[in-house]
Design a protein around this ligand. Structure first.
Ligand SMILES: Nc1ncnc2c1ncn2[C@@H]1O[C@H](COP(=O)(O)OP(=O)(O)OP(=O)(O)O)[C@@H](O)[C@H]1O
Length: 642
């Protein structure tokens, strides 16, 4: 098991253990709104099962009264005066009663399947939607720790397991309960003594089932978690297929998938082995009941009551007994499946509720205010931050930006530039100090209004599967074609889009794979421009484009950034040369700040970085070279550790 797997399991496991009575909760929280469908389902299912018991009872009576003339034709709950006196009349009455019972059973079966199916599919749909909504609200730190495959397995596999249970198994459970009660009652009504012989297996079957449930509960939890691990591995490999192919690690990855899949098979097989004992065990018990009833009943009919039994037993009664006992075999064997699916659904529901129980810390405060028409004054007040609560990533970050200013952030890789701006978006909360927009602490305004005021072009430009038009208007859904094209022109994207065969209706592929890195970047810039936010964050927004395009984008960005507070993170220092202020970040601190000219004059880290990019490597001061090699050494050590 990899460290990732252990980490995922720990988060879910921690909350899974705190989930009490998951199936009960599922019914009370999600079933309530559709309780009427469920109730109709239960009633029709109950009636269908009762009606299915009518033919064997009528048959027994008909054998005794019509065919062998042993007894008087009488029906339970029916006045004797209503029953025809002739044998022929009784025969046709039996036929009619059986026919009506069968027809009504068919109608009830229709009602049962349609209502219970509706119920289970609705519940599944609502559980999935709610789980997704809750997942979206979770903190970024949660997504850093959880793997996509694991989450997909909860959203898809686990919710599907619920449907399997709610659909077929609820119906089977009702069927079993009705048949047990109905058959039990009829058997006792016909002959209580023989009924005891037939039904003695029930307590034994109950104990056997309890034993099985205890054993498989843990096994199912392990299986569900292994499905998550397998999904994670598959999802990771599919996302990284290009790396796998270029590194020719197909065999290595094939082995890893096989290993994870084998573990899934092993856990699955362990639970299945239990089933292999349980199912035939139950079948054996019911067969035993059938044989015992046949032996005792047969002797009874042939030569009077055996052992301590008393009274009489007719052939018709014995036939009804045997037919009904036979009716118990299938549902009792099905009980194993019901219990099996129940345990499976319980494991899945626990995982769903565990996900829902994970607390969200980045959320609107009760008295959060709307940040309306932000001016764009941004202030970092002595900010300290770490991702994991231990390793400090930012310390004493302190600066202020006036509305409309452009600020460049530069510094070595891993210094904390992106992290600083993620705090402005409140993707994470600061550990100490405060980040303010227009004088409001970002924790005191609503997340929607804060993030709606900020446009973010991330380091890793992401496009959704769909057309270019859909991607550009994402978030600005009401934008007109003219506005969209204007934004695309500003981001130097219009020309290349126009040259595509389907123009703005071109499909970009998953994550935008059908476009080049630079094209993706330009579309992301255009998307942000179209949203027209008062604050703009461009994180290496032009790193993937050629120098010429960069120059063009730069030119239009100058127009875009006018009158907006803009943060630009750039490794290519030429990009931020004109910024109103440049912050130089090193090891999570701001070590220098000023305009390009001021920083060059200061002759510190920035001046040295500038010299490197200008190609003046021979003129670098010795301390800078030493610090750079120290950082590089640390980076390669980090990589080795990984
Ligand atoms: N999600 C995360 N969880 C834990 N640590 C993180 C996370 N993201 C970044 N870090 C760590 O925080 C530090 C700062 O990262 P950050 O991405 O802010 O650097 P950066 O200056 O933007 O780097 P670059 O120029 O390479 O983009 C790094 O040491 C990085 O390993």
């Amino acid at each position: 098991m990899s460290t990732d797997d252990i980490r995922d399991d720990t988060i879910l496991e921690e909350y899974r253990e705190s989930v009490d009575h998951p199936i009960y909760r599922l019914f009370s929280e999600y079933g309530r709104d559709h309780a009427h469908w469920f109730a109709i389902g239960v009633v029709t299912s109950t009636l269908a099962r009762f009606l299915s018991l009518v033919p064997p009872v009528i048959l027994g009576i008909a054998i005794d009264a019509v065919f062998s003339d042993d007894q008087v034709y009488s029906l339970p709950l029916v006045p004797q005066a209503w029953i025809p006196g002739s044998t022929e009349g009784q025969f046709w009455l039996s036929v009619a009663l059986m026919g009506v019972a069968m027809a009504l059973a068919a109608v009830m079966n229709f009602g049962r399947t349609s209502t219970l199916n509706w119920f289970s599919h609705r519940v599944k749909h609502e559980v999935r939607t709610d789980t997704y909504q809750q997942m979206q609200r979770l903190d970024m730190s949660f997504f850093n720790d959880m793997q996509t495959g694991e989450l997909m397995s909860i959203l898809n596999n686990d919710t599907n397991r619920l449907e399997l249970f709610l659909d077929n198994m609820m119906d089977s459970a009702i069927q079993l309960a009705v048949l047990l009660l109905g058959i039990g009652a009829i058997l006792f009504w016909i002959n209580p003594q023989l009924a005891l012989v037939t039904l003695v297996i029930l307590p034994v079957a109950g104990l056997f089932t309890l034993w099985f449930m205890r054993r498989v509960e843990v096994m199912y939890a392990q299986i569900r978690s292994q499905v998550g691990d397998l999904n994670t591995r598959l999802e990771n490999n599919l996302s990284g297929i290009e790396v796998i192919k270029s590194a020719t690690t197909e065999e290595y990855e094939g082995d890893r998938v096989e290993e994870t899949s084998y573990e899934y098979f092993r856990r699955d097989w362990r639970a299945l082995r239990m089933n292999l004992i349980y199912r035939p065990g139950l079948q054996l018990l019911t067969s035993f009941a059938f044989i015992a009833t046949f032996i005792v009943g047969g002797i009874w009919v042939l030569s009077g009551p055996p052992l301590a039994f008393t009274g009489t037993l007719s052939v018709g009664e014995l036939v009804t007994f045997l037919l009904l006992t036979q009716r118990l075999v299938d549902p009792l064997a099905q009980m194993s499946e019901i219990v099996d699916r129940y345990e499976d659904a319980k494991a899945s529901t626990s995982r769903i509720y565990a996900l829902m129980a994970i607390p969200v810390s980045i959320t609107d405060a009760d008295d959060a205010v709307e940040l309306e028409d932000a001016n764009g004054r941004v202030e970092y007040d002595n900010v300290g931050f770490s991702y994991d609560g231990e390793t400090t990533v930012l310390r004493n970050v302190d600066f202020a930006v006036e509305p409309g200013e452009t600020v460049g952030l530069v510094g070595p890789t891993g210094a904390g530039k992106t992290t600083i701006l993620k705090l402005l978006l409140r993707l994470y909360d600061v550990d100490s100090g405060a980040v303010r927009v227009d004088g409001y602490d970002v924790r005191d305004v609503t997340l929607a209004s804060l993030r709606g005021s900020i446009g973010y072009v991330s380091q890793d430009p992401f496009l959704f599967d769909g057309t270019i038009r859909e991607n550009l208007t994402y978030g600005a859904f009401d934008a007109t074609d003219e506005e969209m094209i204007e934004a695309a022109k500003m981001a130097e994207a219009h020309e290349f889009v126009r040259n595509l065969s389907k123009g703005y209706d071109t499909q970009v592929g998953e994550r935008g794979v059908k476009l080049s890195g630079g094209q993706r970047q330009r579309l992301c810039i255009a998307r942000t421009i179209l949203a027209d936010p008062p604050i703009l964050i461009l994180d290496e927004a032009t790193s993937d484009v050629d120098t010429e395009t960069e120059m063009l984008i730069q030119r239009s960005l100058d127009r875009v950034t006018e009158n907006r507070t803009t943060f630009v993170i750039a490794h290519r220092l030429s990009t931020i040369r004109e910024a109103d202020e440049i912050l130089v970040v090193e090891d999570g601190r701001i070590v220098e700040d000023g305009t390009h000219e001021e920083l060059i004059d200061e002759d510190g880290l920035y001046a040295n970085l500038w010299s490197v990019q200008a190609g003046e490597i021979d003129d670098l001061d010795a301390e800078f070279v030493e610090r750079a090699s120290r950082r590089a050494a640390m980076r390669s050590r980090d990589t080795e550790d990984e």
